[in-house]
Write a protein that binds this ligand. Sequence first.
Ligand code: F6R
Length: 616
Amino acid sequence: MCGIVGYLGNRQAVPVLLDGLRRLEYRGYDSAGVAIVNPQGLAVVRAVGKLDNLTQATTDEPLVGCLGIGHTRWATHGRPNQRNAHPHRSGPIAVVHNGIIENHLELKAQLIASGVKFESDTDTEIVAHLVDQHWSKLTDVGKAEERLLQAVQLSLAQLRGAYALAILCEEAPDALIVAKNASPLVLGIGNEEVICASDIPALLNYTRDVIFLEDGEVALLTRGAVNIKDSSGNAVERSPQRIAWSPVQAEKGGYKHFMLKEIFEQPRAIEDTLRGRFSLETGEVVASELGIPVEIARNVDRVYFVACGTSYHASLAGRHWIEQLARLPSQAELASEVRYRAPVFTERDLIVAVSQSGETADTLAAVQSAQAQGAKVLALTNVLDSAIARIADGAFYTHAGPEIGVASTKAFTTQLVAMLLLATFLVQEREVLSKDASKKILGDLVEVPSLMRRCLSIRSEVQDVAKRWHQTEHMLFLGRGLGFPLALEGALKLKEISYAHAEGYAAGEMKHGPIALIDEEMPVVVIAPQDSNYEKTLSNLQEVKARDGQVLAIATEGDQQMKSLTEDIMVIPNCSELVMPLLASVPLQLLAYYTADFKGTDVDQPRNLAKTVTVE
Ligand code: F6R
């Protein structure tokens, strides 16, 4: 999600920035730009679309200078166009930013009141104006570098949210300031040169000695020195570490595949999707963030999800939460089926079109058919301004960041998070539950990232299970309640990347057919956390064992009974029943991943599959 590069040294900055940005292309982007400082002042060039467009623009308007910042933008606030592309400028200051400034509306109002004119719709432009205002007031600070550092520190104190920032000033030609909170930033230390970037691949052509900036830190970079301060302004000593990765390994963050990297990015993606969307103190979800006008939320009679594939599985969980929490009738339908039925929609239906890409042809067609009958449509997507977001009445964006692996992982779990927020919002507007009940749901959500980090820490146990079972040609997945969509999703993940035949079933359906498949050759993954369905799911598991079936269990940590039933056990931490699907997704994803990896299939680009399905 956005790439940042900054350079200060003795080389021309533009080629270094463009090269760095190219190595960050995997993060996804829709526009790009650079800002350069030279004796003539500050020059900014931006272009929509691919980096080739920016390269052409910098050839048409050559930029000379050894200090610069560059950016690839993956739009989150404001359409992907030239005026929203970074760098953003205010007076002598230019800024590039990755992240989301949570209090941007409040700061923007204050800046407008003080006479500032905005040129973009971004949250980032606020940072440029704040730094400019402080810079203008700090005239008594003699050294330009120190003045810029102080202006940035004062601005950071006003910001809430996630940011990696690189900032320069045309009146401080020997300084590059960087800051980080929750978004990544790494500094490369060369000989008389420094380069900063969102990720290591952008640095490796220049140096292998890097310093990772920590949350809350700000650093003044000059040609010969890196001066890091913590959030209280105290100096931080940190020595560079040497990176041994190849450029390709580095792009994958040292992971073997993008899919594995994306599985591990989930806690961060969930934090980004939650950030700024509610207040834990009041238990209120912020309506403007969800893209649904309050009157629609209050008057809706039914919530109808349409989606394909993994997004459909997320929708099945969404339906469950809307019914259980908001007490509204809800349905989840395959978009490819809806469009060829004669579904009945009314003006009091809310259609939630769930699509990570926002471009899926079947989902788009289902939306059009619902709109033709007067239903209101909310797009739930990961891509700003995508086709479905554009035609919908409102859009609710997950902030998973670009997903490169074809098999959806972090896009799925952030969809689940968004659906729980949507259900909580409907609860709030329809006054179905008390404020305390809403606070409890939001509190459960806030805990998910740290619980998920614990799930990720058992990767080697899941790897062992996959090692024992990777040669199987068939696998059955069973789950009940919220475990059912997970059973479908676990089976889909396994089949799409390992090419094993897998089926997901509602555990209660076992006796109605699939039980005939059970024999000593058939591994059955049972999603059996200690929730309200536990006893019933356990009975299904016993039925499998009674027929010599092999059970692989997703179970709650410390479940001794489960331990006595199978050695193939993948545990998740004890958690609220509502958020269980978020945690249980992790071992299912890892099981599919390691099975495929042991088999040696093309994990990131499995045969016959495309990431965005724009044909029916
Ligand atoms: C599976 C997967 C697909 C997509 C489906 C819908 O891992 O990614 O099943 O979920 O093609 O795509 P979107 O969500 O972009 O509409």
